[in-house]
Ligand binder design. Structure first.
Ligand SMILES: *Cc1c(COP(=O)(O)O)cnc(C)c1O
Length: 380
C-alpha cells in the first residue's frame, strides 16, 4: 500500500516553531501578546486592510461580523448556497433566517443573477437582508464587481468569506479585501494554518476594536469585572499566532505550489472528455486551494462517488464538492434563489475535489492523476 495521500494537510515552513518558542521563552502563553499583534499586522498588510482581529476560528470571525452588522432574530441574511456550513451557522446563532443564493458556472460562486432576483423580491416585500455573505469557493474569487454593485444599489453590507481564498487575487486586488468585513480561516486544512484560528478584517479600526471587545467577553473599562453587553471568548492564543506568523512568511510559496498541483492534474487529465476543471475567471488568480472538477456525465458513466471510492482503495483522499446548504436537512424550508437551473446542486452531484496538499511531491500528484485517468478510461 502506498502512503496516505491527503486532500489538504498542514505544511510548516520553518519559522513557525521559532515564533511559538518566543512565546514560551517570554512566558507569553496566555491569549494575546506580541505574536498576536504581529500576526494581525501581517495579515492586514497582506490583505490591504487597515485592521484585523485574530480569533479562535473563521466561524467566530463570521459570527462577530454578523453581530457587528446588528443581525437579530427575525432578520434575514443572504449567503452563498455552495459552501461549507460554517458560512451560514452564525446566522442561526443570532436566530436570523438564512436565504441561500445559487452559484453561476464561471466561478462556482454566488450568481449575480440569482442575487439580483433575491434582492428585488426582498425589496418588494419591504425586507432587505441585513447582510450578504459571499464565499470564494476553493480559492476562486466570486464575481465581486457585479455582486458588490448589486449590494451597494440596495444598501446591503457584504461579508466576504475568504476562508478558502487567502492568497487569491481578483482584478489586481487581494481576496479578503472586499466588503465591509472579510474573514479568513486558519483551520488545519486551509492553505495556511495555526492548527485552528481565524481573522476578521475591515477598513475601519473602530469596528475591529469593537470585535476585539466582543471577543474578550465584552469587558467594560473598569478595574472590577463589569459587563454591559454579553460577549464571547473568541481570541487567538499567542502561541498559535506564532505559528500564523511563520505561515504568513511562506504563503506565496503555498499559493504557487497549489497552482502547480492544479497544473499537473490539468496536464494529465485536461484532455479527457469526462473531466471539466473548475474554471478560473479572467483577471482573477485562484489560489487553487483544492483542485476541483466535475465529471461530464455525457462523456462518462462514472459518478464522483465511484471515483472517490476507487481512490480511497488506493489510500488517496478525494472528496465530493460541498453539499449546498439549501439541500442540508438542518436548513430545510429556508428560501433559495436558483441561477436558472439549480447550478450548485449540479456541481454537487457531478463534482469532486482532488488531493491538493502542498506536502505532496510531483510523483504523488502524477500517481493520483494516473489513477484517475486509468479509472475513467477503463470504466468508460
Ligand atoms: C473553513 C471555512 C470556514 C470556517 O472556518 P473555521 O476556521 O473552520 O471556523 C468558513 N467558511 C468557509 C467557506 C470555510 O471553508
Amino acid at each position: 500500500m502506498n502512503k496516505r495521500i491527503h486532500l489538504s494537510i498542514a505544511h510548516m515552513g520553518g519559522n513557525e516553531q521559532k515564533y511559538a518558542n518566543e512565546a514560551f521563552e517570554q512566558n507569553w502563553i496566555a491569549p494575546l501578546g506580541p505574536n498576536v499583534d504581529a500576526f494581525e499586522e501581517a495579515v492586514a498588510d497582506y490583505s490591504e486592510r487597515t485592521a484585523a482581529a485574530a480569533l479562535s476560528s473563521g466561524t467566530a470571525a463570521i459570527h462577530l461580523a454578523v453581530k457587528l452588522l446588528d443581525v437579530q432574530q427575525g432578520d434575514t441574511v443572504f449567503c452563498s448556497a455552495l459552501t461549507f456550513i460554517a458560512s451560514a451557522n452564525p446566522i442561526i446563532y443570532e436566530k436570523a433566517e438564512p436565504v441561500f443564493i445559487d452559484s453561476e458556472r464561471d466561478t462556482w460562486n454566488m450568481s449575480p443573477k440569482a442575487l439580483e432576483k433575491a434582492l428585488q423580491e426582498a425589496e418588494a416585500e419591504g425586507k432587505l437582508p441585513k447582510a450578504v455573505i459571499i464565499v470564494n469557493l476553493y480559492g476562486q474569487p466570486a464575481k465581486m464587481d457585479e455582486l458588490l454593485a448589486l449590494c451597494k444599489k440596495y444598501g446591503v453590507p457584504v461579508i466576504e468569506d475568504a476562508a478558502e481564498s487567502l492568497g487569491a487575487i481578483y482584478k489586481g486586488r487581494k481576496s479578503g479585501s472586499f466588503g465591509k468585513f472579510s474573514i479568513f480561516s486558519f483551520n488545519g486544512n486551509k492553505i495556511i494554518t495555526t492548527s485552528g484560528g481565524g481573522m476578521l478584517l475591515a477598513d475601519d479600526k473602530e469596528l475591529i476594536d469593537k470585535a476585539r471587545f466582543l471577543a474578550t467577553q465584552a469587558r467594560d473599562k473598569a478595574l472590577h469585572y463589569q459587563h454591559s453587553v454579553s460577549g464571547y471568548n473568541y481570541r487567538l492564543s499567542n502561541v498559535l499566532a506564532g505559528i500564523g506568523r511563520g505561515q504568513m512568511e511562506i504563503l506565496e510559496d503555498r499559493v504557487t505550489r497549489r497552482r502547480e498541483i492544479f497544473d499537473i492534474y490539468n496536464e494529465v487529465l485536461g484532455e479527457l472528455p469526462a473531466v471539466e476543471f473548475m474554471p478560473e475567471l479572467e483577471d482573477t488568480k485562484s489560489n487553487r486551494w483544492l483542485t476541483a472538477l466535475t465529471l461530464n456525465r455525457k462523456n462518462t458513466d462514472v459518478t464522483p462517488v465511484e471515483l472517490i471510492d476507487y481512490l480511497a482503495e488506493q489510500n488517496i483522499e478525494a472528496r465530493p464538492v460541498w453539499k449546498p446548504l439549501h439541500l442540508q436537512p438542518v436548513f430545510e424550508g429556508c428560501k433559495y434563489y436558483a441561477h436558472d437551473e439549480d447550478v450548485s446542486k449540479d456541481l454537487f452531484e457531478n463534482g469532486l475535489c482532488l488531493p491538493s496538499a502542498t506536502i505532496m511531491t510531483d510523483e504523488d500528484i502524477y500517481f493520483v492523476a494516473e489513477q484517475i485517468k486509468k479509472f475513467l478510461t477503463e470504466q468508460r
